[in-house]
Design a protein around this ligand. Structure first.
Ligand code: DCP
Ligand code: MG
Ligand code: MN
Length: 343
């Protein structure tokens, strides 16, 4: 789950703080979730810092690094260790972290299994404590290592090319793009994120294409297991999650498909290219200006419930969605290439 630190000047510090962040991820309280967020910000700023840190004061100059984090940073610099890591690493936290690595398993399920006495993946498979696994959880355990490791960029490119060729054999007019970390130019990818849509100038759409595409990908052995299928394949907006592989000897990899109406392609590209922190800042910018931004487009006149801002009381009016650039423009954000859209 962690990103490589690409040999930055404070790699050991980044590594230890990431471990601490991971441990907090296994805890349910909002306090812990806030810590995860703030460690995340401090870590990414620290990763950009070009020199070896030498003092507490210097650490404090880094964005997102407060008193407590600066103390931890100096402890790691001076002793090479972080004592806090040892006493946060209790058996429950370690087991829950292990279980949360199973695809689709969140904190409450992991905690429940722990409370029922399970400690290992084998315990779960054996149904210890009366645990019953879903099909997807079983797949998640069977391919635990594969699913939790990242693939080299070249492998993502090769799998994407197979998908693209098959898609275009179904309909040469399809718009097929790879998004996510690959589009941001990352050297390794956690999964493959593919957008599929189709121009409608000849009166046709991509309706029904995803079903045929998935079926062909299974026949050709590119797709191996489905993790999440759309309810109704006849919609234009669909999400699919599954496992795939480069060839019969390769590791399984996570793959996501998204289809959207052609007019939404800009908003969809923007959202699924990420990264998540960049998206959050774009959404925030939109909200401050009285707009709402999501994978369908930028909307004006959205009225929110004053006591719960997440709840929208109407859909608003679509003001931009066809290209990423018009969304940047309207928000007054200078254009950023995908590789620049990182925290
Ligand atoms: N996304 C988001 N918020 C989320 C999940 C996803 O904004 N909670 C957006 C931003 C992501 C994109 O969707 O960049 C794709 O999601 P992934 O989980 O596939 O993330 P990445 O492709 O960025 O990274 P990875 O290499 O780990 O797949
Ligand atoms: Mg991805
Ligand atoms: Mn994805």
């Amino acid at each position: 789950t962690s990103r490589p630190s690409d040999g930055c000047a404070n790699e050991d510090v980044v590594d230890k703080l990431e471990q601490l962040m991971e441990l907090h991820k296994a805890k349910p309280s909002t306090d812990d979730q806030w810590r995860v967020m703030s460690y995340g910000k401090a870590i990414s700023a620290l990763r950009q810092f070009p020199h070896r840190l030498t003092s507490y004061e210097q650490a404090r100059t880094i964005r997102g690094v407060g008193d407590k984090t600066a103390q931890k940073i100096m402890e790691i610099i001076k002793t090479g260790d972080l004592r806090r890591l040892d006493y946060e690493k209790t058996e429950d936290v370690e087991t829950i972290t292990l279980f949360q690595g199973i695809y689709g398993v969140g904190h409450s399920t992991a905690r429940m299994w722990y409370n029922r006495g399970c400690r290992t993946l084998q315990d779960l498979k054996e149904g210890k404590g009366g645990v019953r696994l879903t099909y997807v959880q079983r797949i998640g355990i069977q391919h635990y290592e594969d699913i939790n490791s990242r693939m080299p960029r070249a492998e993502a490119a090769e799998i994407f090319e197979k998908v693209r060729v098959i898609a275009h054999s179904i309909d040469p007019k399809l718009f097929v793009e790879i998004m996510g970390s690959y589009r941001r130019g990352k050297a390794d990818c956690g999964d493959i994120d593919i957008l599929v849509t189709r121009p409608t100038d000849d009166g046709k759409t991509h309706r029904g294409v995803l079903r045929r595409l998935l079926s062909e990908l299974h026949v050709q052995g590119v797709l191996t297991e489905d993790l999440c299928l759309p309810d109704d394949f006849n919609d234009l907006e669909l999400v699919y999650r599954g496992l795939c592989r480069k060839d019969a000897h390769s590791a399984r990899r996570r793959i996501d498909f998204l289809t959207v109406p052609y007019e939404s392609r800009g908003a969809a590209l923007l959202y699924y290219t990420g990264d998540d922190i960049f998206n959050r800042s774009m959404r925030l910018k939109a909200n401050v200006m009285g707009y709402a931004l999501n994978q369908r487009g930028l909307f004006a006149g959205v009225i929110r419930n004053p006591s719960d801002k997440r709840q929208k009381l109407n859909d608003g009016t679509l003001i931009a969605s066809e290209t990423e650039r018009e969304i940047f423009d309207i928000l007054g954000v200078p254009w950023q290439e995908p590789h620049e859209r990182v925290r």
